[in-house]
Design a protein around this ligand. Structure first.
Ligand SMILES: *[C@@H]1O[C@H](CO)[C@@H](O)[C@H](O)[C@H]1NC(C)=O
Ligand SMILES: *[C@@H]1O[C@H](CO)[C@@H](O)[C@H](O)[C@H]1NC(C)=O
Ligand SMILES: *[C@@H]1O[C@H](CO)[C@@H](O)[C@H](O)[C@H]1NC(C)=O
Ligand SMILES: *[C@@H]1O[C@H](CO)[C@@H](O)[C@H](O)[C@H]1NC(C)=O
Ligand SMILES: *[C@@H]1O[C@H](CO)[C@@H](O)[C@H](O)[C@H]1NC(C)=O
Ligand SMILES: *[C@@H]1O[C@H](CO)[C@@H](O)[C@H](O)[C@H]1NC(C)=O
Ligand SMILES: [Zn+2]
Length: 625
């Protein structure tokens, strides 16, 4: 019933379009722009309602899914698709439009053009993939040759969720390689085959719809969103700048793993088996931080967070306090009312999410948080999205979006770099007075950042390279899995725990693949967030040290941006523009440059680079694979 109102609106559009084209015959440019403006205002108010309805359904599906809601979501998707087609079929004299009008129509009408039927089928297959991915995995077989049982280690026959259950097990460094391999293999053996054919179908639908709007394949659509010409060349070029740091970190981690597990598990000159990296996808190595003898009093950040009986909600308040210290707005009443911070009986989706419900004051966070540093990061990350949502809420609906998804992803992470300083963690009582004064603490924290961020860089690069090539049709179906491992080995220096069969679909084990979310945004965000952080630093009083003659900056990784109102204001000038400006203009507002540059990233990690370099030198460690 609820969807009927829209069908009327959607069908009304062709009439609108015709009237509008007739009027255009004998009007001048000013009148034309005026007409278009009125028309766009109507388009915008429809879009606003679509966004709000879709967001409510998505929220419901993530928190309390049922068949009725998913049917409604598909219906809405179909109606929205029809509406978009009607709007975008209007013949428009682009040369007469104002730049803003042109951008609106561009943003609205780019992307795939699904037929009604195909839209429905595509949404159905997406829904099925989500179901399969979020379904439990019942463990089979046993880890081979394990003669000690770790506490809380799952047994054969146990049924667990990939996220967050199995994901958490993979972080445990107390486990045996065989146990880790068993968990890793159970997850990938189970989820990939359930998804593979559905994924292929989703690719076919999307490619057909992309071709139907003049693209060669859906990969072109994905890349277009980032508004960067020759995106593939651009990101691979950028990666070349960061690669020496990754390769060095890889070499040292491999050396540490060799010391721990011996040559039966680790080839001293080869790629690293994924299951030993402390993460299901080998993309975050912070579980291995304990291997670095950086500080005489090693800091257990998770343990320190749990001191004082902190709750997840208190961590959210601490994050909010940081944003507010930058003069950014606090979270709304509805945020506190509706957000879900911890797992409950109904949650089926544990992937951290920030939801914009498109009604001015309704923004929510969804996560299955625990009191841990990982989740402290997720909270700041998601809150960055929410600050962005709030900042652009006064824009027309078409512009209520990030300038690109990459910039959207970068806000919370830039803030987190400010949280991970000795000064701020001390403020939060996560490190003690002695640890604050200990001159090794800051390097220790920087290592934490490096292990969480650097491995993500080549991962985020190849996850989309992989899909771009599949979309393009250059990877035969029966080689999908081989190609995934080829890229993983070549660019990341990582191999699976054992030879994988070609017919499997191990990439499916990563949330964003069945969810069909592009990933290159995280690669770009990794670079952009350091540019943003550096700019916030320059504006921050506490980033500077003043002596008699001049002022100079703290090393970037020690820069304390907490309380920097100027920084927050600057960020706001960009965020409030939403998608109304292109990213180079947005970047200019915050950083003073229109270019994406890896220099701030390299500057930030310089002390880590120096340390690794020395380690490699003095331990005669082989670099590369
Ligand atoms: C979308 O495709 C249909 C054919 O499937 C076509 O009639 C329609 O004009 C297209 N719409 C746009 C906006 O290109
Ligand atoms: C199992 O126990 C034997 C004998 O106690 C020991 O030599 C071996 O290293 C152990 N294996 C593992 C995987 O811990
Ligand atoms: C934390 O909670 C435990 C158990 O409820 C209690 O015994 C302890 O005193 C609390 N510690 C602090 C610092 O509040
Ligand atoms: C789970 O969903 C049921 C049914 O909607 C509801 O009554 C219950 O309060 C929910 N539980 C939580 C913890 O939200
Ligand atoms: C820390 O201080 C000690 C003693 O003051 C000094 O020897 C050491 O080089 C310092 N380390 C760093 C990383 O600055
Ligand atoms: C002030 O800092 C500059 C830059 O490090 C340094 O060269 C200069 O010696 C310092 N002056 C004093 C008085 O400490
Ligand atoms: Zn995000």
């Amino acid at each position: 019933m609820w969807v009927m109102g829209f069908i009327t609106v959607a069908c009304g559009w062709s009439a609108w379009g015709r009237r509008f084209q007739q009027a255009a015959q004998d009007v001048d440019k000013v009148e034309y722009q005026y007409d278009i403006e009125k028309w766009l205002n109507n388009v915008d108010s429809d879009l606003s309602q679509f966004n709000s309805l879709a967001a409510h359904l998505t929220w419901k599906l993530s928190t309390f899914p049922d068949e009725k809601t998913s049917r409604q979501a598909r219906q809405l998707g179909k109606v929205r698709n029809k509406w978009k087609n009607n709007v975008c079929e209007s013949t428009i004299r682009h040369e007469w439009l104002t730049p803003e009008q042109r951008r609106k129509i561009y943003l609205l009408c780019r992307g795939p053009n699904f037929s009604d039927q195909m839209a429905l089928e595509y949404l159905e297959v997406l829904g099925k993939m989500a179901q399969e991915f979020n379904d439990q995995v019942c463990l089979t077989g046993h880890p081979a040759k394990v003669n000690r049982t770790a506490p809380d280690f799952p047994k054969s026959g146990d049924c667990l969720y990939g996220e967050p259950d199995l994901e958490r097990v993979m972080k445990r460094t107390d486990l045996d390689p065989e146990q880790l391999k068993w968990i890793w293999t159970n997850w990938h053996d189970s989820v990939g085959p359930r998804l593979k054919d559905k994924f292929r179908l989703a690719v076919e639908y999307q490619n057909a719809a992309a071709k139907n709007n003049g693209y060669n394949n859906i990969g072109e659509v994905w890349r277009e969103e980032l508004e960067t010409p020759q995106l593939e060349n651009f990101v691979f070029g950028l990666y070349e700048e960061v690669k020496p740091l990754y390769v060095l970190l890889h070499a040292v981690i491999r050396h540490k793993l060799l010391q721990k597990y011996g040559p039966s598990q680790i080839d001293p000159k080869g790629p690293i088996p994924m299951h030993l990296l402390g993460n299901m996808w080998g993309q975050d190595w912070t579980s291995l931080l304990e291997m670095f003898p950086l500080s005489p009093n090693k800091i257990d950040l998770d343990l320190n967070l749990r001191k004082k009986n902190r709750t997840v909600e208190e961590m959210v308040l601490e994050a909010e306090d940081f944003y507010r210290s930058l003069s950014l707005p606090k979270m709304t009443q509805k945020f506190w009312k509706y957000s879900i911070f911890e797992e409950n009986e109904n949650t089926t989706l544990c992937h951290g999410t920030a939801a914009n419900l498109f009604s001015r004051d309704d923004f929510r966070m969804l996560m299955c948080g625990k009191v841990s540093m990982d989740d402290f990061y997720v909270i700041h990350h998601e809150m960055g999205h929410i600050e962005y949502y709030m900042a652009y809420r006064n824009q027309p609906a078409i512009f209520q979006d990030g300038t690109t998804t990459a910039v959207h992803e970068s806000i919370g992470d830039a803030i987190m770099h400010g949280v991970m300083t000795p000064q701020h963690l001390h403020r939060l009582s996560v490190i003690t007075d002695e640890q604050l004064l200990d001159n090794t603490t800051s390097l220790f924290l920087l290592f934490y950042q490096a292990l969480s961020k650097i491995p993500e860089i080549p991962f985020s690069l190849i996850l989309d390279k992989y899909r771009w090539d599949i979309f393009e049709g250059s990877v035969p179906y029966d080689q999908w899995n081989d190609y995934y491992w080829h890229l993983t080995r070549k660019f990341r220096g990582i191999v699976p725990p054992e030879q994988r069969k070609s017919e499997l679909f191990d990439a499916g084990g990563k949330f964003h693949v069945p969810d069909n979310t592009p990933y290159i945004r995280y690669f770009l965000s990794g670079v952009i967030q350091m540019q943003v952080f550096r700019s916030l630093c320059e504006l921050s009083l506490y980033g500077k040290i003043q002596n008699d003659s001049e002022e100079f900056y703290l090393p970037l990784h020690n820069c304390d941006i907490y309380g920097s109102k100027d920084g927050g204001k600057k960020l706001m000038t960009m965020m409030e523009k939403g998608a109304s400006i292109r990213w180079p203009e947005a970047l200019l507002l915050v950083t003073g440059t229109r270019h994406i540059s890896a220099k701030p990233l390299l500057e930030y990690y310089k002390p880590v680079y120096t340390w690794l370099d020395k380690y490699v030198e003095s331990n005669n460690v082989y670099v590369g694979w």
